[in-house]
Design a protein around this ligand. Structure first.
Ligand code: PPS
Length: 285
């Protein structure tokens, strides 16, 4: 199916129609945030699900019961998702956890006013591209990719769901100081998940014993999340994606197995140009 059939343009970016019907977008538009909400902000395929599971387990103090009983996407809902308004967010006690793929300039009025906590997860865009390229073939709400080269052009031009990685990351980086916020990379989580859990728990104001940190890191390790029906999308509405392939490889640097030398050089050129005014050095720079 084509982009016209599967996507709508909302606030300047493509979003998959099947996941984000107009009534969900309106509900998000009018949603009331609380100052102690924590909002996980990610460009797609940057480690959203991993962060949803990790923060949920931190909030439960390392008690894995809900992590083995309730789907991740219900414990830490996506604000723009079709099921958001059915998850009783208004009745949930504080502090609430939620996630979004929105760019900063798409965020609703209440978010800008209330300034809740933000956890911004970033990942090497080459690996984001690679993960996204493979995901397109396993999710029926996305347009199937024709070739790597064609999809690369679309990705670099922002003609993919949630638009340009560059605009998304720069937009959020620019405002992080205005919010109680923490930035963390997928790569840092891969390098040392226990340390990442510790830092996240400090940001969230949750004190954890070293045993709890160990337990959470183990629960959130790639293979364990892949096996867990609550975090591997086995509980997603049937047919929308293939749960066996959501947790695909979970590694850093897989782009080297996908991009040709010429494509990687082209990526570097676009990256350098797009990021030339960004002072911040990412772990992959
Ligand atoms: S989505 O569709 O936007 O919500 O995808 P998202 O969750 O942001 O990213 C999916 C990629 O994250 C990988 N993943 C993990 N990596 C390491 N450890 C853990 N626990 C983990 N959980 C998810 C997942 O495998 C996707 O990356 P790729 O490179 O495709 O494997």
């Amino acid at each position: 199916m084509t982009e016209e059939e599967l996507y709508i343009t909302y606030k300047g970016v493509y979003i998959p129609k099947m996941l984000h019907p107009p009534e969900s977008l309106k509900y998000y538009e009018e949603f009331t945030f609380r100052p102690d909400d924590t909002v996980i902000v990610t460009y797609p395929k940057s480690g959203t699900t991993w962060m949803q599971e990790t923060t949920s387990m931190i909030q439960s103090g390392g008690d894995l019961t809900t992590g083995l009983a309730t789907p991740t996407f219900e414990r830490v809902p996506w604000l723009e998702m079709f099921n958001f308004f059915s998850l009783n967010m208004e009745e949930r006690p504080s502090p609430r956890l939620m996630a979004t793929h929105y760019h900063y300039d798409m965020m609703p009025a209440s978010f800008l006013e209330v300034k809740p906590k933000v956890i911004h997860v970033v990942r090497n865009p080459r690996d984001v591209f690679t993960s996204s390229y493979h995901f397109c073939d396993t999710a029926n709400f996305l347009v199937k990719t024709a070739s790597t080269g064609e999809y690369l052009d679309k990705f670099l031009n922002g003609q993919v769901p949630f638009g340009s990685w560059f605009d998304h990351v720069k937009g959020w980086m620019n405002v992080m100081e205005q919010y109680p916020s923490m930035s963390i990379s997928y790569e840092e989580m891969k390098t040392d998940l226990k340390d990442s859990v510790f830092r996240l728990s400090q940001f969230m104001g949750t004190s954890l014993s070293s045993e709890a940190i160990e337990k959470i890191a183990n629960h959130c390790e790639f293979n364990n999340m892949k096996q867990n029906r609550m975090s591997n999308y086995s509980e997603a509405p049937s047919g929308i994606l293939d749960p066996s392939s959501f947790h695909r490889k979970g590694i850093c640097g897989d782009w080297k197995n996908l991009l040709t030398v010429a494509q990687a050089e082209h990526f570097d050129d676009v990256y350098k140009n797009q990021m030339k005014d960004v002072k911040y050095k990412f772990v992959w720079d």
